[in-house]
Design a protein around this ligand. Sequence first.
Ligand SMILES: Cc1ncc(C[n+]2csc(CCOP(=O)(O)OP(=O)(O)O)c2C)c(N)n1
Ligand SMILES: [Mg+2]
Length: 294
Amino acid sequence: MATKTKKTDKSTPSKSKEEKNIQGRKKSGVKKSQTAGANGSAKKGKTGVEQKSATKTAKPASKEAKAKTSKKTAKKTGAAKVKKGEFSKETYLQWYETMLLIRRFEEKTGQLYIQQKFGGFCHLYDGQEALVAALATAKREDDRVITAYRDHAHPIALGTDPKYVMAELYGKTTGLSKGKGGSMHMFDKEHQLYGGHGIVGAQIAMGAGIAFADKYRGGDQVTYCYMGDGAVRQGILHETFNMAMHWNLPVIFVICSSELRHGIVNPLQHRACYGVICLLGRSFIRRGSGFSEC
Ligand SMILES: Cc1ncc(C[n+]2csc(CCOP(=O)(O)OP(=O)(O)O)c2C)c(N)n1
Ligand SMILES: [Mg+2]
């Protein structure tokens, strides 16, 4: 991300809407996880597409020189298109890279599971990769993430080396949860991933609890709480939404259907289901509260 060219270089990715939003809550500078890509390139010190553009555009220069480099950069990266759209080309590439990494990882995981190389459960996330890839971009380094049992993709999107996820599947001590959790219980302290939970809906209340703790301590972190559409029918969701609304908790509930996998969605059923979820969500929108639909 090109943060230093904010005033002069309007065509650089730094102007894109999502990056502005990310920086809105930031206390100082752009953090590593947002600049270097969500696929672990920050951790490994690789030069991600965003890093490249940042180094190219961050050089101090005169106004004329800056204008020239901005045109050149725009030509090379296609950043000029950002003016019309909301996201930069770099961001799209970053998302694609993350989605592809997750898909390839899960394809291999599925094969190994069928070959009975590891035991326990194995829930895949294919078809839902875009969700974690996009939200990993929005997430600040210290924001929290909690999800259900379909959780291989989350640590990968957050920047964990996939080998630690695979080690967890194999029950190795080098795994994310020291081999004690397996497929459904991926935890990653470094990336603020609070699991991986097997009980449908359990993470809903825990997500709100984490958000409450942050608010209570005076922090400005946000908790991303993922759930499947089936979890919406759990009673705890209603209790949690109610409390989150009243206490104005910094928690984002992300609901996604695993039926998106392989495009097996029945459009009518799908629409009906999401219609109900939207109505339910709307009933918790209160004036002055942070609740809103998207
Ligand atoms: C409290 C509870 N009830 C039932 C189950 C059994 N169960 C496992 S997966 C599942 C479906 C959950 O659907 P959804 O939340 O939409 O997640 P998806 O698998 O579609 O991602 C159920 C009912 C469970 N794990 N926990
Ligand atoms: Mg579902």
